[in-house]
Design a protein. Structure first.
Length: 446
Protein backbone atom coordinates (compact mmCIF):
# COMPACT_ATOMS: atom_id res chain seq x y z
CA UNK A 1 0.00 0.00 0.00
CA UNK A 2 1.31 3.42 -0.95
CA UNK A 3 1.02 5.91 1.89
CA UNK A 4 -0.18 9.38 0.81
CA UNK A 5 2.20 12.28 1.34
CA UNK A 6 -0.33 14.00 3.60
CA UNK A 7 -0.33 11.06 6.02
CA UNK A 8 3.48 10.84 6.01
CA UNK A 9 3.71 14.40 7.34
CA UNK A 10 1.20 13.52 10.08
CA UNK A 11 3.26 10.49 11.06
CA UNK A 12 6.39 12.62 11.27
CA UNK A 13 4.69 15.17 13.52
CA UNK A 14 3.16 12.49 15.77
CA UNK A 15 -0.51 13.19 14.98
CA UNK A 16 -1.00 9.55 13.95
CA UNK A 17 1.11 6.48 14.67
CA UNK A 18 0.61 4.60 11.40
CA UNK A 19 -1.65 3.74 8.50
CA UNK A 20 -3.51 0.44 8.72
CA UNK A 21 -5.34 0.24 5.37
CA UNK A 22 -7.50 2.21 2.95
CA UNK A 23 -11.10 2.33 4.04
CA UNK A 24 -13.13 4.11 1.36
CA UNK A 25 -12.75 6.36 -1.70
CA UNK A 26 -15.26 9.07 -2.59
CA UNK A 27 -15.80 11.83 -5.12
CA UNK A 28 -13.49 14.29 -3.42
CA UNK A 29 -11.51 12.44 -0.73
CA UNK A 30 -10.00 9.13 0.30
CA UNK A 31 -10.51 7.69 3.77
CA UNK A 32 -7.83 5.63 5.55
CA UNK A 33 -7.95 3.62 8.74
CA UNK A 34 -5.11 4.84 10.99
CA UNK A 35 -3.94 4.31 14.54
CA UNK A 36 -3.42 7.16 16.99
CA UNK A 37 -2.89 7.11 20.76
CA UNK A 38 -3.51 3.37 20.86
CA UNK A 39 -6.93 3.40 19.14
CA UNK A 40 -8.23 3.23 15.61
CA UNK A 41 -9.32 6.42 13.91
CA UNK A 42 -10.18 7.66 10.43
CA UNK A 43 -8.05 10.03 8.34
CA UNK A 44 -9.79 11.82 5.45
CA UNK A 45 -7.34 12.97 2.76
CA UNK A 46 -8.86 15.47 0.31
CA UNK A 47 -8.10 15.14 -3.38
CA UNK A 48 -6.72 17.90 -5.57
CA UNK A 49 -9.07 19.96 -7.71
CA UNK A 50 -8.12 18.21 -10.95
CA UNK A 51 -8.81 14.78 -9.43
CA UNK A 52 -12.24 15.55 -7.98
CA UNK A 53 -15.51 14.72 -9.69
CA UNK A 54 -17.79 17.03 -7.69
CA UNK A 55 -20.00 19.03 -10.08
CA UNK A 56 -21.75 22.41 -9.82
CA UNK A 57 -19.46 23.60 -7.08
CA UNK A 58 -20.52 27.27 -7.38
CA UNK A 59 -24.03 26.29 -6.29
CA UNK A 60 -22.69 25.27 -2.88
CA UNK A 61 -20.04 27.95 -2.31
CA UNK A 62 -22.47 30.85 -2.73
CA UNK A 63 -22.56 33.02 0.38
CA UNK A 64 -19.30 31.75 1.86
CA UNK A 65 -17.12 34.60 3.13
CA UNK A 66 -13.75 34.90 4.82
CA UNK A 67 -12.80 37.52 7.39
CA UNK A 68 -9.66 38.65 5.59
CA UNK A 69 -10.58 41.13 2.84
CA UNK A 70 -7.35 40.45 0.94
CA UNK A 71 -8.17 36.76 0.74
CA UNK A 72 -11.73 37.51 -0.34
CA UNK A 73 -10.56 39.74 -3.21
CA UNK A 74 -8.10 37.10 -4.36
CA UNK A 75 -10.81 34.43 -4.23
CA UNK A 76 -13.15 36.59 -6.31
CA UNK A 77 -10.44 37.29 -8.93
CA UNK A 78 -9.54 33.58 -9.14
CA UNK A 79 -5.81 34.25 -9.02
CA UNK A 80 -3.30 31.54 -8.11
CA UNK A 81 -3.36 32.59 -4.49
CA UNK A 82 -7.14 32.96 -4.64
CA UNK A 83 -7.62 29.44 -5.98
CA UNK A 84 -5.51 28.03 -3.17
CA UNK A 85 -7.62 29.95 -0.66
CA UNK A 86 -10.82 28.66 -2.26
CA UNK A 87 -9.50 25.13 -1.89
CA UNK A 88 -8.61 25.72 1.75
CA UNK A 89 -12.06 27.22 2.43
CA UNK A 90 -13.69 24.14 0.85
CA UNK A 91 -11.79 21.86 3.23
CA UNK A 92 -12.43 24.05 6.26
CA UNK A 93 -16.18 24.07 5.57
CA UNK A 94 -16.49 20.44 6.64
CA UNK A 95 -14.52 20.98 9.84
CA UNK A 96 -16.62 24.01 10.78
CA UNK A 97 -19.87 22.18 10.03
CA UNK A 98 -18.88 19.13 12.09
CA UNK A 99 -17.96 21.22 15.12
CA UNK A 100 -21.18 23.24 14.82
CA UNK A 101 -23.42 20.17 14.45
CA UNK A 102 -21.63 18.32 17.24
CA UNK A 103 -22.43 21.22 19.56
CA UNK A 104 -26.08 21.22 18.35
CA UNK A 105 -26.59 17.57 19.29
CA UNK A 106 -26.51 16.06 15.80
CA UNK A 107 -24.85 12.64 15.62
CA UNK A 108 -21.72 13.22 13.49
CA UNK A 109 -18.17 11.84 13.75
CA UNK A 110 -16.14 13.52 16.46
CA UNK A 111 -13.19 15.47 14.98
CA UNK A 112 -9.70 15.27 16.55
CA UNK A 113 -7.22 17.07 14.28
CA UNK A 114 -7.13 18.93 11.00
CA UNK A 115 -3.58 19.31 9.65
CA UNK A 116 -2.41 19.91 6.05
CA UNK A 117 -5.85 19.21 4.52
CA UNK A 118 -6.16 15.92 6.41
CA UNK A 119 -9.06 15.49 8.84
CA UNK A 120 -8.63 12.93 11.62
CA UNK A 121 -11.98 11.80 13.03
CA UNK A 122 -13.64 9.17 15.15
CA UNK A 123 -14.10 5.70 13.68
CA UNK A 124 -17.79 4.75 13.49
CA UNK A 125 -18.03 0.99 14.14
CA UNK A 126 -20.82 -1.57 14.19
CA UNK A 127 -20.34 -2.54 17.84
CA UNK A 128 -17.89 -5.35 17.06
CA UNK A 129 -14.89 -3.20 16.14
CA UNK A 130 -15.56 -3.22 12.40
CA UNK A 131 -16.29 -0.06 10.37
CA UNK A 132 -20.01 0.66 10.29
CA UNK A 133 -21.79 -0.10 7.00
CA UNK A 134 -23.58 2.50 4.92
CA UNK A 135 -27.34 2.72 4.88
CA UNK A 136 -27.45 1.76 1.21
CA UNK A 137 -25.90 -1.63 2.02
CA UNK A 138 -28.60 -2.68 4.51
CA UNK A 139 -32.12 -4.01 3.96
CA UNK A 140 -34.80 -2.86 6.43
CA UNK A 141 -38.24 -4.01 7.42
CA UNK A 142 -41.20 -1.70 7.06
CA UNK A 143 -41.21 -0.86 10.76
CA UNK A 144 -37.46 -0.25 10.85
CA UNK A 145 -37.63 1.97 7.76
CA UNK A 146 -40.36 4.17 9.26
CA UNK A 147 -38.54 4.56 12.57
CA UNK A 148 -35.24 5.32 10.85
CA UNK A 149 -36.91 7.86 8.56
CA UNK A 150 -38.49 9.79 11.43
CA UNK A 151 -35.16 9.79 13.27
CA UNK A 152 -33.32 11.18 10.25
CA UNK A 153 -35.98 13.84 9.69
CA UNK A 154 -35.45 15.00 13.27
CA UNK A 155 -31.68 15.17 12.61
CA UNK A 156 -32.28 17.29 9.50
CA UNK A 157 -34.44 19.65 11.57
CA UNK A 158 -31.64 20.03 14.12
CA UNK A 159 -29.18 20.77 11.33
CA UNK A 160 -31.45 23.41 9.84
CA UNK A 161 -31.96 25.06 13.22
CA UNK A 162 -28.16 25.15 13.62
CA UNK A 163 -27.80 26.92 10.27
CA UNK A 164 -26.52 24.00 8.19
CA UNK A 165 -28.00 22.25 5.16
CA UNK A 166 -26.12 19.09 4.20
CA UNK A 167 -26.81 19.60 0.45
CA UNK A 168 -25.68 16.02 -0.44
CA UNK A 169 -27.57 13.87 2.03
CA UNK A 170 -28.40 10.41 0.72
CA UNK A 171 -28.21 6.77 1.66
CA UNK A 172 -24.49 6.81 0.74
CA UNK A 173 -23.61 9.45 3.38
CA UNK A 174 -25.28 7.81 6.38
CA UNK A 175 -23.54 5.15 8.46
CA UNK A 176 -25.53 2.73 10.61
CA UNK A 177 -23.68 2.20 13.88
CA UNK A 178 -24.70 0.19 16.92
CA UNK A 179 -26.16 3.34 18.55
CA UNK A 180 -28.00 4.59 15.44
CA UNK A 181 -27.45 6.47 12.16
CA UNK A 182 -24.46 8.84 11.82
CA UNK A 183 -24.37 11.52 9.13
CA UNK A 184 -21.02 12.08 7.39
CA UNK A 185 -19.48 14.12 4.50
CA UNK A 186 -20.04 17.87 4.98
CA UNK A 187 -17.66 19.81 2.66
CA UNK A 188 -20.56 20.99 0.48
CA UNK A 189 -22.76 22.09 3.40
CA UNK A 190 -24.42 25.48 2.87
CA UNK A 191 -25.74 28.21 5.12
CA UNK A 192 -29.52 28.59 4.60
CA UNK A 193 -29.38 32.27 5.55
CA UNK A 194 -26.82 33.21 2.85
CA UNK A 195 -27.35 30.71 0.04
CA UNK A 196 -30.26 31.17 -2.36
CA UNK A 197 -30.16 27.48 -3.29
CA UNK A 198 -30.65 26.29 0.30
CA UNK A 199 -34.36 25.52 -0.08
CA UNK A 200 -33.84 23.44 -3.20
CA UNK A 201 -30.93 21.56 -1.62
CA UNK A 202 -32.86 20.86 1.58
CA UNK A 203 -35.88 19.52 -0.30
CA UNK A 204 -33.57 17.34 -2.39
CA UNK A 205 -31.94 15.90 0.75
CA UNK A 206 -35.30 14.95 2.24
CA UNK A 207 -36.46 13.59 -1.12
CA UNK A 208 -33.42 11.28 -1.28
CA UNK A 209 -34.25 9.85 2.13
CA UNK A 210 -37.90 9.48 1.18
CA UNK A 211 -37.15 7.64 -2.04
CA UNK A 212 -34.70 5.19 -0.47
CA UNK A 213 -36.66 4.30 2.65
CA UNK A 214 -39.88 4.40 0.60
CA UNK A 215 -38.77 1.14 -0.97
CA UNK A 216 -39.43 -0.59 2.35
CA UNK A 217 -42.35 1.65 3.47
CA UNK A 218 -44.20 2.95 0.37
CA UNK A 219 -46.43 5.31 2.35
CA UNK A 220 -43.38 7.52 3.05
CA UNK A 221 -43.21 8.59 -0.58
CA UNK A 222 -46.33 10.74 -0.24
CA UNK A 223 -44.93 12.90 2.58
CA UNK A 224 -43.56 16.44 2.14
CA UNK A 225 -41.39 17.02 5.17
CA UNK A 226 -38.87 19.13 3.28
CA UNK A 227 -41.38 21.78 2.15
CA UNK A 228 -43.03 21.82 5.57
CA UNK A 229 -39.86 22.39 7.57
CA UNK A 230 -38.63 25.09 5.19
CA UNK A 231 -41.93 26.97 5.44
CA UNK A 232 -41.60 26.92 9.24
CA UNK A 233 -37.96 28.01 8.99
CA UNK A 234 -38.89 31.02 6.87
CA UNK A 235 -41.40 32.11 9.51
CA UNK A 236 -38.84 31.53 12.33
CA UNK A 237 -41.23 28.97 13.85
CA UNK A 238 -38.95 25.95 13.46
CA UNK A 239 -37.41 24.50 16.61
CA UNK A 240 -35.51 21.21 17.15
CA UNK A 241 -38.58 19.70 18.81
CA UNK A 242 -41.24 21.20 16.52
CA UNK A 243 -43.77 18.47 15.57
CA UNK A 244 -44.10 17.82 11.83
CA UNK A 245 -46.98 16.20 9.98
CA UNK A 246 -45.49 15.58 6.53
CA UNK A 247 -48.36 17.43 4.86
CA UNK A 248 -47.85 20.70 3.04
CA UNK A 249 -50.03 22.90 0.85
CA UNK A 250 -48.41 25.58 -1.23
CA UNK A 251 -49.63 29.07 -0.42
CA UNK A 252 -51.66 30.73 -3.17
CA UNK A 253 -51.37 34.18 -1.63
CA UNK A 254 -49.85 36.71 -4.04
CA UNK A 255 -47.41 39.27 -2.76
CA UNK A 256 -48.74 42.83 -2.69
CA UNK A 257 -45.91 44.70 -4.41
CA UNK A 258 -47.88 47.95 -4.41
CA UNK A 259 -47.96 47.93 -0.61
CA UNK A 260 -44.19 47.59 -0.56
CA UNK A 261 -43.74 50.49 -2.99
CA UNK A 262 -46.08 52.64 -0.94
CA UNK A 263 -44.05 51.89 2.19
CA UNK A 264 -40.86 52.92 0.40
CA UNK A 265 -42.41 56.15 -0.84
CA UNK A 266 -43.73 56.92 2.64
CA UNK A 267 -40.25 56.47 4.10
CA UNK A 268 -38.79 58.75 1.42
CA UNK A 269 -41.42 61.40 2.13
CA UNK A 270 -40.70 61.24 5.86
CA UNK A 271 -36.97 61.71 5.20
CA UNK A 272 -37.70 64.70 2.97
CA UNK A 273 -39.84 66.41 5.64
CA UNK A 274 -37.18 65.78 8.26
CA UNK A 275 -34.50 67.43 6.11
CA UNK A 276 -36.75 70.39 5.39
CA UNK A 277 -37.34 70.88 9.13
CA UNK A 278 -33.57 70.96 9.67
CA UNK A 279 -33.04 73.43 6.84
CA UNK A 280 -31.23 70.93 4.65
CA UNK A 281 -31.75 70.53 0.91
CA UNK A 282 -34.11 67.73 -0.09
CA UNK A 283 -32.48 64.37 -0.78
CA UNK A 284 -31.81 63.35 -4.30
CA UNK A 285 -34.59 61.01 -5.47
CA UNK A 286 -33.33 57.51 -6.07
CA UNK A 287 -36.06 56.76 -8.62
CA UNK A 288 -39.14 58.20 -10.23
CA UNK A 289 -42.26 57.79 -8.07
CA UNK A 290 -44.50 54.97 -9.27
CA UNK A 291 -48.17 55.79 -9.79
CA UNK A 292 -50.56 52.88 -9.80
CA UNK A 293 -52.83 54.39 -12.44
CA UNK A 294 -49.98 54.60 -14.94
CA UNK A 295 -49.27 50.87 -14.85
CA UNK A 296 -52.70 49.38 -14.24
CA UNK A 297 -54.04 49.79 -17.78
CA UNK A 298 -57.30 48.22 -18.84
CA UNK A 299 -57.44 46.13 -22.05
CA UNK A 300 -59.80 48.70 -23.65
CA UNK A 301 -57.28 51.51 -23.15
CA UNK A 302 -54.28 49.58 -24.44
CA UNK A 303 -53.36 50.56 -28.01
CA UNK A 304 -53.83 47.96 -30.69
CA UNK A 305 -51.14 47.12 -33.18
CA UNK A 306 -52.03 48.13 -36.70
CA UNK A 307 -49.82 45.64 -38.49
CA UNK A 308 -46.83 43.41 -38.01
CA UNK A 309 -44.77 44.41 -41.06
CA UNK A 310 -44.01 47.53 -43.08
CA UNK A 311 -46.07 48.31 -46.17
CA UNK A 312 -44.67 47.57 -49.58
CA UNK A 313 -45.76 48.46 -53.03
CA UNK A 314 -48.98 46.80 -53.98
CA UNK A 315 -50.50 46.97 -50.47
CA UNK A 316 -48.74 43.88 -49.03
CA UNK A 317 -46.39 43.72 -46.04
CA UNK A 318 -42.85 42.39 -46.14
CA UNK A 319 -43.76 39.57 -43.79
CA UNK A 320 -46.56 38.39 -46.06
CA UNK A 321 -44.58 38.72 -49.30
CA UNK A 322 -41.54 36.91 -47.92
CA UNK A 323 -43.43 33.66 -47.77
CA UNK A 324 -43.68 33.30 -51.56
CA UNK A 325 -46.38 30.82 -52.52
CA UNK A 326 -47.33 29.85 -48.96
CA UNK A 327 -50.98 30.67 -48.32
CA UNK A 328 -50.90 30.00 -44.58
CA UNK A 329 -49.59 32.29 -41.92
CA UNK A 330 -47.38 34.47 -44.08
CA UNK A 331 -49.87 35.40 -46.84
CA UNK A 332 -53.63 36.05 -46.73
CA UNK A 333 -55.97 35.33 -49.61
CA UNK A 334 -58.43 37.80 -51.09
CA UNK A 335 -62.14 37.85 -50.76
CA UNK A 336 -62.40 35.19 -48.03
CA UNK A 337 -63.14 35.14 -44.30
CA UNK A 338 -60.52 36.41 -41.81
CA UNK A 339 -59.54 34.85 -38.48
CA UNK A 340 -61.22 37.62 -36.50
CA UNK A 341 -64.54 37.11 -38.32
CA UNK A 342 -64.25 40.12 -40.62
CA UNK A 343 -64.38 40.15 -44.40
CA UNK A 344 -61.16 39.97 -46.36
CA UNK A 345 -60.28 42.72 -48.81
CA UNK A 346 -61.31 42.30 -52.41
CA UNK A 347 -58.87 42.03 -55.24
CA UNK A 348 -59.00 45.70 -56.19
CA UNK A 349 -59.61 47.26 -52.77
CA UNK A 350 -56.98 48.81 -50.54
CA UNK A 351 -56.88 49.27 -46.77
CA UNK A 352 -57.62 53.00 -47.10
CA UNK A 353 -60.66 52.33 -49.30
CA UNK A 354 -59.01 53.34 -52.56
CA UNK A 355 -58.69 51.35 -55.73
CA UNK A 356 -55.67 49.20 -56.38
CA UNK A 357 -53.43 49.98 -59.33
CA UNK A 358 -54.10 48.10 -62.50
CA UNK A 359 -51.47 46.11 -64.27
CA UNK A 360 -50.38 48.91 -66.60
CA UNK A 361 -51.03 51.96 -64.41
CA UNK A 362 -48.67 53.85 -62.16
CA UNK A 363 -49.61 55.66 -58.95
CA UNK A 364 -49.46 59.01 -60.71
CA UNK A 365 -51.65 57.73 -63.53
CA UNK A 366 -48.87 57.45 -66.11
CA UNK A 367 -47.74 54.37 -68.01
CA UNK A 368 -45.67 51.77 -66.18
CA UNK A 369 -41.93 51.47 -66.61
CA UNK A 370 -41.64 49.02 -69.46
CA UNK A 371 -40.39 49.11 -72.99
CA UNK A 372 -37.13 50.89 -72.11
CA UNK A 373 -38.80 53.98 -70.62
CA UNK A 374 -37.43 55.78 -67.55
CA UNK A 375 -39.40 57.77 -64.98
CA UNK A 376 -38.43 60.98 -66.72
CA UNK A 377 -39.34 59.42 -70.13
CA UNK A 378 -35.68 59.42 -71.12
CA UNK A 379 -33.78 56.53 -72.70
CA UNK A 380 -32.46 53.81 -70.46
CA UNK A 381 -28.81 53.49 -69.58
CA UNK A 382 -27.77 51.17 -72.36
CA UNK A 383 -24.89 50.69 -74.78
CA UNK A 384 -22.16 52.12 -72.56
CA UNK A 385 -23.90 55.39 -71.58
CA UNK A 386 -23.77 56.83 -68.06
CA UNK A 387 -26.13 59.29 -66.42
CA UNK A 388 -23.76 62.13 -67.24
CA UNK A 389 -23.55 60.90 -70.89
CA UNK A 390 -20.01 59.64 -70.29
CA UNK A 391 -18.68 56.23 -71.20
CA UNK A 392 -19.63 53.32 -68.97
CA UNK A 393 -17.19 51.29 -66.95
CA UNK A 394 -17.36 48.55 -69.53
CA UNK A 395 -15.24 50.75 -71.82
CA UNK A 396 -11.54 51.18 -71.00
CA UNK A 397 -10.32 49.39 -67.90
CA UNK A 398 -9.20 51.25 -64.83
CA UNK A 399 -5.67 49.92 -65.15
CA UNK A 400 -5.36 51.60 -68.54
CA UNK A 401 -6.43 54.97 -67.09
CA UNK A 402 -3.96 54.93 -64.21
CA UNK A 403 -0.89 57.19 -64.55
CA UNK A 404 2.53 55.67 -65.16
CA UNK A 405 3.86 56.00 -61.63
CA UNK A 406 7.16 54.27 -62.39
CA UNK A 407 7.87 56.58 -65.35
CA UNK A 408 6.92 59.60 -63.21
CA UNK A 409 9.42 58.56 -60.54
CA UNK A 410 12.21 58.15 -63.13
CA UNK A 411 11.46 61.55 -64.64
CA UNK A 412 11.49 63.15 -61.19
CA UNK A 413 14.92 61.69 -60.46
CA UNK A 414 16.18 62.95 -63.85
CA UNK A 415 14.99 66.46 -63.04
CA UNK A 416 16.79 66.42 -59.71
CA UNK A 417 19.98 65.19 -61.37
CA UNK A 418 19.73 67.83 -64.11
CA UNK A 419 19.23 70.60 -61.56
CA UNK A 420 22.30 69.56 -59.61
CA UNK A 421 24.42 69.39 -62.79
CA UNK A 422 23.31 72.89 -63.85
CA UNK A 423 24.64 74.34 -60.59
CA UNK A 424 28.14 73.09 -61.39
CA UNK A 425 28.17 70.05 -59.23
CA UNK A 426 28.02 66.41 -60.08
CA UNK A 427 24.86 64.43 -60.03
CA UNK A 428 24.33 62.91 -56.60
CA UNK A 429 25.22 59.26 -56.44
CA UNK A 430 22.86 56.78 -54.88
CA UNK A 431 24.20 55.46 -51.64
CA UNK A 432 24.27 51.75 -51.24
CA UNK A 433 23.55 50.22 -47.89
CA UNK A 434 26.41 48.07 -46.76
CA UNK A 435 25.55 44.77 -45.22
CA UNK A 436 26.98 44.29 -41.78
CA UNK A 437 29.17 41.25 -41.48
CA UNK A 438 28.45 38.96 -38.55
CA UNK A 439 30.90 39.17 -35.74
CA UNK A 440 33.23 36.25 -35.33
CA UNK A 441 34.86 35.39 -32.05
CA UNK A 442 38.66 35.49 -32.24
CA UNK A 443 40.51 33.30 -29.85
CA UNK A 444 43.46 34.83 -28.14
CA UNK A 445 46.76 33.12 -28.78
CA UNK A 446 48.16 32.58 -25.38
Amino acid sequence: MRTPAGLISLMETGVIDGVIRPLMAGKEAQVYLVSANGEERVAKVYKDTQHRSFKHRAEYTEGRKVKNSRQQRAMNKRSRYGRSEVEAAWHNAEVDAIYKLNAAGVRVPEPFDFVDSVLVMELIDDGEGNPAPRMVDIAFTKREAKGLFLHLIREVVKMLCAGVVHADLSDFNILISAEGPVIIDFPQAVDPANNRNARKLLIRDVHNLTQFLGRFAPELRHTKYGEEMWALYEKSDLQPDTPLTGRFRKSEHKADTWALLEEIEAAEEEARRRREALGLPPPRPARRPVIREEIEETPEESPKKEGRGRRRRGGRSESSSAGGGQQGRGQQGRGGQRRDGGQRRDEGERRDGGQRHDEGQRRDGGPRRDGGQRRDSGPRRESGQRRDSGPRRDGPRREEQRPDREGERVRREDRVAAGSASEGGEAPKRRRRRRRKPRTSVKSEG
